[in-house]
Design a protein around this ligand. Structure first.
Ligand SMILES: [Zn+2]
Length: 198
């Protein structure tokens, strides 16, 4: 194998470790990058280099940012007294894409799991309790996954904070554009329980 080929193979192996990319997709991506060397590969390499040097966790909320405090925490207009609690940064970004929430966030870094030995101190739960006390928080909105671990975590946090602040959670039910016939039983049951006046 020539040097160039082994370099390319090494790149393919690295790319194949990305979520959602297997070896086949990684080969296609690398081939595409090489063909678009000027327009895509070089800017991508620069961007990777830059973000690798600057990306870090916001010390307040756990969002990924380019500074110690993320843009959301630094924005005084978002000091609404509402904190939305999510499991992962991807969930925070998903909430932001919806443009509906104007407050701040708190990223737990996962969910409680007896099976995996993950307890409250392994997540950013103590930091959440501290923020509620220090930041004039009036409502904590739990936006955790509708999984067993997500809901266990929601109950734990609700119990911890119940006497300090109002704790609410996202509604569960029929997705926008969803057809009842395609929903699983659990979703239909949750939607029926969360029914509201029409
Ligand atoms: Zn932040």
């Amino acid at each position: 194998m020539t040097k160039a080929t082994s370099d390319i193979e090494a790149l393919i192996e690295l790319m194949a470790r990305l979520p959602g990319l297997g070896p086949r997709s990684a080969r296609r991506a690398v081939l595409h990058l090489i063909k678009k060397r000027g327009q895509l590969m070089a800017p991508l390499a620069d961007a990777l280099h830059h973000v690798a040097a600057t990306a870090r966790e916001c010390v307040s909320c756990g969002n990924i940012a380019g500074a110690d405090i993320c843009e959301i925490c630094a924005d005084e207009r978002r000091a609404t007294g509402e904190i939305c609690v999510v499991e992962d940064v991807a969930d925070l970004w998903a909430m932001e894409r919806g443009h509906a929430f104007k407050g701040r966030y708190h990223v737990l870094g996962g969910s409680l799991s007896a099976l995996d030995g993950i307890g409250p101190d392994d997540l950013r739960i103590p930091q959440l309790a501290r923020r509620v006390g220090e930041e004039g928080v009036t409502e904590v909105i739990l936006a955790l996954n509708a999984t067993v671990d997500g809901q266990t975590t929601a109950h734990y946090i609700a119990d911890e904070l119940a006497d300090q602040v109002q704790v609410t959670s996202l509604a569960q039910g029929v997705p926008i554009g969803g057809e009842l016939d395609y929903l699983d039983d659990g979703t239909i049951t949750a939607a029926l329980r969360a029914r509201k006046a029409f």
